[in-house]
Design a protein around this ligand. Structure first.
Ligand code: NAD
Length: 357
């Protein structure tokens, strides 16, 4: 039986994870499949229990699982701990131990929520659907760094490093994803300045030869950040390195105007992945029944798509979410005039009801 390690975490994490699991159970019944879902401590709650945000028991379970479903971690209670002992350090350790190198962040603005976008209606149109694929384990965040004394202070450096192997595997993820979408890949780099970007560009072009149906375009990162605001509909799949992806994925997310709606996946070659909402633990609304569970529910859809090859089930969830929004139900973060305000649990129930049909 496929195993899912569930890490609810802190703040609103457990609240949104409950709704994600409810939706997963509805899919299990509908499709006659069974997943073994087990919960493990992670983040602040794990620090309270064991002193470690990513305890050995949790790590062992994650490494044996086919997928990890994560809520969110962190909160004021643990903010004064030193960096390496904080809940957020657990996130980096989790990603590192699992060896996930491709971060997928779909930014979908659903039609019923189009007014939430900060872009003008004539630019955003009836919605948006862009997938940002960010390389997660290489580049400047992992290159050599240092600091040395010079006459009038310090000199510090960080190094952007990419190998053909690293670029090839992330490019493949992008082309495969594009084949299931609108068949366009935009590779973002800074090849007019950086040697690592020139290797990036050459390598992406090589990989593109295996995908003749997909249109490949290259953009410099400065131009890409402008084009996303000017004409976001020109993009389908964006693939880029770690630092550019860090920045662009947040920019694209904000075009949708709502952090409570954004799922993510971090994958490696064998389909094992970590699935989590983009948002944090939102301590300001924890326990108030206000958390929007849709980002987590949509992360469950990504898990079914990428780790378990259940494309129909993934689409069922996504359609159910659109349907609930079309019927006018909203959690407080996406509330609009004339709509019906619902709690975290009610939103989960509505999605389940749509899936059951
Ligand atoms: P946040 O994403 O938790 O919250 C930002 C704002 O968005 C808050 O006003 C919050 O109420 C709102 N919000 C977030 N998710 C929501 C949802 N599902 N429904 C409705 N409203 C929602 O970011 P923050 O406030 O900067 O960080 C809070 C804590 O979360 C910090 O400890 C931070 O380190 C941690 N964090 C964790 C992750 C993660 O676990 N992956 C990511 C980001 C931040």
């Amino acid at each position: 039986m496929p195993r899912i390690a569930v890490l609810p975490g802190d703040g609103i994490g457990p609240e949104v994870i409950n709704e994600g699991l409810k939706v997963l159970n509805a899919i299990e019944s509908k499709y006659g499949v069974d997943f073994q879902e087990d919960m493990y401590p992670f983040g602040g709650v794990a620090i309270d229990k064991t002193g470690d945000p990513y305890p050995a028991e949790t790590q062992a379970a994650c490494l044996k699982s086919d997928a990890v479903l994560l809520g969110a971690v962190g909160g004021p209670k643990w903010d004064s701990l030193p960096g390496s002992k904080r809940p957020e350090a657990g996130l980096l350790d989790l990603r590192k131990s699992m060896g996930v190198y491709a971060n997928l962040r779909p930014a979908v603005l659903y039609g019923p929520l189009k007014d939430s976008s900060p872009l003008k209606p004539e630019i955003i149109g009836d919605g948006l659907d862009v997938l940002v694929i960010r390389e997660l384990t290489g580049g400047i965040y992992f290159g050599q760094r240092g600091r040395e004394m010079v006459e009038d202070g310090y000199r510090a450096y960080d190094t952007e490093v990419y190998s053909t192997h690293e670029i090839k595997r992330i490019a493949k993820v992008a082309f495969e994803a594009a084949m299931k979408r609108r068949k366009k890949v935009t590779s973002v780099d800074k090849a007019n300045v950086l040697e690592s970007s020139r290797l990036w560009r050459e390598t992406v072009e090589e990989v593109a030869k295996d995908y003749p149906e997909v249109t490949l375009e290259h953009l410099y990162v400065d131009n890409a950040s402008m084009q996303l605001i000017k004409n976001p509909h020109q993009f389908d799949v964006i693939v880029t390195g770690n630092m550019f992806g860090d920045i662009l994925s947040d920019e694209v997310s904000m075009l949708t105007g709502s952090i409570g709606m954004l799922p993510s996946a971090s994958l490696r070659d064998d389909k094992v992945g970590i699935y989590e909402p983009v948002h944090g633990s939102a301590p300001d609304i924890a326990g108030t029944r206000k958390a929007n569970p849709l980002a987590t529910i949509l992360s469950v859809a990504m898990m079914l798509r990428y780790s378990f090859d259940m494309e129909d089930a993934a689409r069922d969830i996504e359609k159910a979410v659109v349907s609930v929004l079309e019927k006018g139900y909203r959690t407080s973060d996406i509330m609009q005039e004339g709509m019906t305000l619902v709690s975290t649990v009610e939103m989960g129930d509505l999605v389940v009801k749509e899936i059951r049909g």
